[in-house]
Design a protein. Structure first.
Length: 755
């Protein structure tokens, strides 16, 4: 088709309005009334669904097709011949795209539909041309066990996206850490469906509070980066529904993301972006999802199959081999291979999201950003998220030692961040440039120095720094100090899976320092779990994960006691790879298609450890404090007509001498007749801030799906009758109280829970 360019249309519309528009308040009211009459979908008094249907009726087929085909940033599009996408001027698209952005979908000025400017990702606005504020990694934020922390972070990065000109943010990773060696675990929110859902939902709510669309990704079971485009994840339907899919289901219900991003991999031999069971039957059918499904960049493999299976938008062309949803889709509609009603549904879902999340009514415009204020948000998130794993003889918090040696991992300059599409260009630039494979996989070090932050707080202490590259030098530095703080790091990134063993000679450095100084503390910057052969020899261990733009400040405040650590592990740290389901990642990225059979089913993470009696190095939910807490008062209230969900109540008392925050964790152990995937499940949690001697009470409502198994034959959730045990703990390995609970049998569907 031949069309007027978007910029010319916009100019023509603007000139026409200016030529006839009266002035003053009356003029504004008249213009609004005229627009509403001519374009009834602009009436904000109508529901999103009503406005969508009105707009859909006014659209031509070509306009609907414009909505379902997305472009990558200009760098990739510059390589595409305009003739590949008939009717669209590729040069004009390149000129309109925000340079370095993730993607772009042209607007339709005739109808008031704005262009969609898409930005990566869950941790901040990722753009090599824009310096922006980075949150701690999503896994780190999950360690806060507080959805309010995630929501505050989402509000901040969503605002930066809006003020940068973006109205779609590809944020909201919720994939379970099924494979501890997955290079993208740092982008996700842990190994448990409930915790992952709560934390991801908080982030999505925060992002969308800025009147922009947030996605949830990567749907489904994108559990490893090796061969991610060719691997088939094999797992039973019941196991999926009780694990990875349940995390998505709960997160979608709690946050209503405008879009779901389907993943690269195959699920039970069918590509996720053309998997009708995943997209049509489960997501849109059973879960009643109203938004649209966008593809990951390069995850589309067909036109008719993908469209009829439920994919609504091909995103990021030319990462795919062909523009499947451009000319080929129009031809498929014209020859009847894809029904017109399906294209209507694709456009309807996209328009609904644009209306419902406020994109249509709140145009974005680049404006100045208060980076200092946003750094404080990132710092607060980190301070809630760092996990104190070990603290013997109370070596922490530091009590004004005369000499402190900092060793390793550029602790004099920076803190580490994860790599790939989640990597945010720091304010002030990369503090340690030139590391990593290069290009989009260059290592990013946030310019927030733990050493400088410590020096500011301990002016009378003498600090020294050793690079941590030579064991002898590290030992000498440690021996000359009262306390040695060794920083170790594990860099992980998209497209690369990770070893749990620290690279280089870092383990030798820690051992040498610990041998030279009995007061050795280790700070771990990592994308997930690591092995710690030196764990028995050091006095304290702080898991910082990737702590974000102000990570150095957060680490210093934890080490000095200015902040009491309150993070809890969202994943299990194994004692060895022998405890893992798979010791090595399967397949090769450059090899033939292959299959990974997830024989653990729904027994992911701590559930696998419980099932097989493995004692981890550090358990899911573990985390220490500089104060102590007493948990008790455990009570259960059975469902009733007034309160249809099971409620568990408990009390927490700060029995120590410092202000602190406790995370009360509720697990339920099932009778064998329930045939759960593992002996118990996390069913609820609550984080309370308490002063010394103060007691707080918590009441957590238990989603019935967390008590049930999934029956594939009927599509129902089934709660088995019997006696269950409610467990209250400070960690999955630290149960403080138990109570018996008798449940009657029950069958229900996800749809029935929404009524």
């Amino acid at each position: 088709m031949k069309t007027m360019s978007a910029s010319l249309v916009a100019t023509a519309v603007t000139m026409a309005l200016c030529a006839v528009a009266p002035t003053g308040h009356a003029a504004n009211a008249a213009t609004t009334a005229a627009n509403t009459s001519a374009q009834p979908w602009t009436d904000k008094a109508k529901t999103s669904a009503q406005r969508t249907e009105l707009l859909l009726k006014a659209m031509t087929l070509d306009e609907k097709l414009l909505l379902v085909f997305g472009y990558a940033s200009g760098d990739q599009l510059a390589q595409v011949d305009s003739a590949v996408i008939p009717g669209v001027n590729t040069k004009e698209v390149i000129a309109t795209v925000i340079p370095g952005s993730a993607g772009y979908i042209p607007g339709i000025p005739r109808l008031g539909i704005p262009a969609q400017h898409q930005a990566d990702a869950s941790i901040g606005v990722r753009n090599p041309n824009l310096e922006r504020t980075s949150l701690p990694s999503s896994l780190a934020t999950a360690a806060s066990w507080d959805p309010r922390v995630a929501e505050a972070g989402g509000r901040m990065i969503g605002l930066e996206a809006r003020l940068s000109g973006f109205n779609v943010m590809l944020a909201g990773g919720v994939n379970l850490a099924r494979e501890p060696q997955n290079g993208r675990n740092f982008e996700y929110t842990g190994e448990d469906p409930l915790l992952a859902a709560e934390m991801s939902a908080g982030l999505i709510r925060g992002v969308q509070s800025n009147h922009i669309v947030s996605t949830i990704k990567h749907y489904l079971i994108n559990a490893q980066e090796t061969g991610r485009n060719i691997v088939s994840a094999q797992v039973s339907v019941p196991a999926l529904r009780m694990s990875d899919a349940l995390a998505f289901e709960l997160a979608i219900e709690k946050s209503s993301p405008g879009s779901v991003m389907c993943s690269y991999n195959r699920v039970n031999d069918v590509y996720a972006c053309e998997n009708a069971w995943l997209l049509n039957s489960t997501l849109k059918g059973d879960w009643g999802y109203k938004g649209y499904v966008m593809s990951d960049w390069g995850a589309v493999h067909s036109t008719v199959l993908a469209a009829t299976a439920g994919l609504d938008q091909q995103s990021g062309f030319p990462f795919d081999k062909a523009p499947y949803f451009a000319k080929p889709l129009k031809e498929a509609v014209e020859d009847g291979s894809v029904p017109q009603s399906r294209v209507d549904d694709m456009a309807r879902r996209i328009l609904w999201a644009l209306f419902d999340k406020g994109v249509m009514d709140h145009p974005v415009k680049a404006r100045p950003i208060d980076f200092a204020a946003h750094a404080k948000v990132s710092q607060a998130a980190a301070e809630q998220s760092l996990v104190l794993l070990k603290n013997e003889t109370s070596v922490l918090p530091l009590s004004a030692p005369k000499r402190v040696a900092l060793i390793g991992s550029y602790a004099d300059k920076a803190v580490l961040a994860g790599g790939g599409s989640a990597s945010v260009t720091p304010i002030g630039g990369n503090a340690v440039p030139g590391l990593g494979p290069g290009g989009w996989l260059t290592q990013v070090w946030q310019p927030s120095s733990p050493m400088k932050a410590l020096q500011q707080r301990m002016p009378s202490t003498q600090f020294s720094f050793d690079a941590g590259t030579d064991a002898g030098s590290a030992a000498k530095a440690a021996a000359a100090a009262d306390v040695a703080i060794v920083f170790v790091h594990q860099w992980t990134a998209e497209s690369l899976d990770a070893s749990l063993t620290l690279e280089g000679n870092q383990n030798d450095i820690v051992s040498a320092a610990a041998k030279a100084n009995p007061n050795t503390v280790v700070v771990v910057e990592s994308g997930g779990a690591i092995l710690m052969p030196w764990q028995p020899d050091v006095k304290a261990i702080l898991a910082a994960f990737y702590p974000g733009a102000a990570g150095g400040e957060a680490i210093a405040r934890i080490l000095t006691g200015e902040v009491n650590p309150s993070g809890r592990l969202p994943i299990t740290f194994p004692a060895s790879t022998d405890q893992l389901v798979r010791r090595q990642i399967g397949g090769k990225s450059d090899g033939p298609p292959f299959t990974v059979r997830y024989t653990e089913g729904a027994a992911v993470g701590y559930k696998w450890f419980d099932l097989h009696g493995h004692k981890p190095l550090y358990a899911f939910g573990h985390g220490l404090s500089y104060t102590s807490f007493e948990l008790g008062g455990l009570q259960s209230e059975l469902p009733s007509k007034a309160k249809p969900q099971l409620t568990v109540k408990f009390s927490t008392r700060n029995a120590g001498s410092r202000d602190g925050e406790s995370v009360g964790q509720v697990y339920i152990r099932a009778p064998q007749s329930a045939r759960w995937e593992a002996p118990r499940r996390l069913v609820g949690f609550d984080k309370l801030k308490l002063k010394p001697g103060q007691t707080g009470t918590s009441a957590v409502q238990i989603d019935p799906r967390l008590l049930a198994s999934f029956d594939e034959t009927t599509g129902e959730w089934v709660i088995a009758p019997g006696t269950y045990e409610v467990q209250l703990g400070a960690g999955s390995d630290d149960i403080r109280a138990t109570a018996q609970l008798s449940l009657t049998g029950r069958r229900f569907t996800s749809a029935q829970l929404r009524r």
